[in-house]
Write a protein that binds this ligand. Structure first.
Ligand SMILES: [Zn+2]
Length: 316
């Protein structure tokens, strides 16, 4: 890769670490793809690293965001302390724009409310602390920043072509993990900026309002249509075993369908029962367990494999 593309890898790979950041140099200056976590310990390191790369904030003219999650755009408020909002264009999927500007909408896309409905006090306490405040759902990791009203925003949509310096990206809306989660396929160098859709390891969580299991699987299928030589994920290292990774993630999702169906054969379960089958720790059962279980039940209902009666889910 040329020196006009910089991979600024986050210190840690796994959530809730800051997302990786990419920088592209062009004739007008610098473009950043993602800015990472908003917590001070992250932004302090980030600005130091950017300085070390001879990166001048005055040269920054564009920031591209893959989706409105705190580990990808939390640092925006730190940037806005140093730059004028009118001077830097934010490029974000039209579906993610509102969440990026309104934390309440972002909370909805996490489906935190599903946990409330399950009377899962211990899980809620472990995850959110003693007092369940829905706004904590975002404060808990990476410190979110909303884009201010006077932010200079350009929205993009599925299939748009985005020229960033010498790189030509096809915009792929890839829901599942976030409603307007966006992956960027570089058409000439054949690499993918996969965001959280395909990480180096593991599988991103997926809640129904973000696309759920159905959205995630169709996004994987969509991305598979492109000849991808290697992937730069938002978490972890660059990798080239693209097909293998996609299959691993797909299998990890599909196996949850199997676990759910096997257990429903033994009798009806609540969403919380299913979350407990899928996740070991109380904390993970609360989030993302309940949201993920709900996403699978929506999928299995569509496939006429299960049905609901009030809070109980039965096999058909
Ligand atoms: Zn994310």
């Amino acid at each position: 890769m040329n020196t006009d593309f910089l991979f600024i890898k986050a210190e840690k790979s796994m959530w809730p670490a800051s997302a990786n950041i990419f920088a592209i140099k062009d004739d007008e200056g610098i473009i950043l793809i993602e800015v990472g976590c908003g917590l001070r310990k992250f932004t302090r390191v980030l600005f130091k690293r950017l300085e070390g790369l001879d990166f001048k904030l005055d040269d920054l003219h564009t920031i591209v965001i893959s989706h409105a999650h705190p580990d990808h755009m939390g640092a925006m408020s730190a940037f806005y302390k140093r730059i004028n909002p009118a001077d830097v264009k934010i490029i974000i999927n039209e579906i993610e724009k509102e969440s990026a500007q309104n934390i309440d909408l972002l909370n909805e896309s996490f489906d935190i409310n599903l946990i409330k409905q399950q009377n899962f006090e211990s899980g809620v306490k472990e995850f959110f602390g003693d007092t369940f405040d829905i706004n904590q759902s975002l404060g808990m990791f990476c410190s979110m920043s909303q884009l201010p009203d006077n932010a200079y925003i350009q929205t993009i949509k599925d299939n748009d072509v985005l020229q960033l310096g010498n790189y030509q990206f096809k915009v792929l809306t890839t829901p599942g993990h976030a409603p307007g989660h966006t992956s960027f396929y570089e058409m000439n160098h054949r690499f993918l900026l996969s965001g959280d859709l395909i990480g180096e390891i593991g599988t991103a969580w997926y809640s129904p309002s973000s696309g759920g299991a159905i959205g995630y699987l169709s996004s994987l299928e969509k991305v598979e249509n492109f000849p991808i030589d290697y992937i730069y994920p938002s978490h972890g290292n660059k990798f080239s075993n693209v097909k293998e990774r996609i299959n691993q993630i797909r299998n990890k999702i599909l196996i949850k369908d199997q676990i759910i169906l096997e257990n429903l054969k033994k009798g009806p379960h609540t969403i919380l029962d299913l979350a407990k089958l899928l996740y070991k720790t109380t904390r993970a059962q609360a989030f993302p367990g309940v949201a993920i279980a709900e996403g699978h039940i929506i999928k299995l209902e569509k496939e006429n494999k299960v049905e609901r009666d009030n809070n109980l889910i039965f096999i058909v």
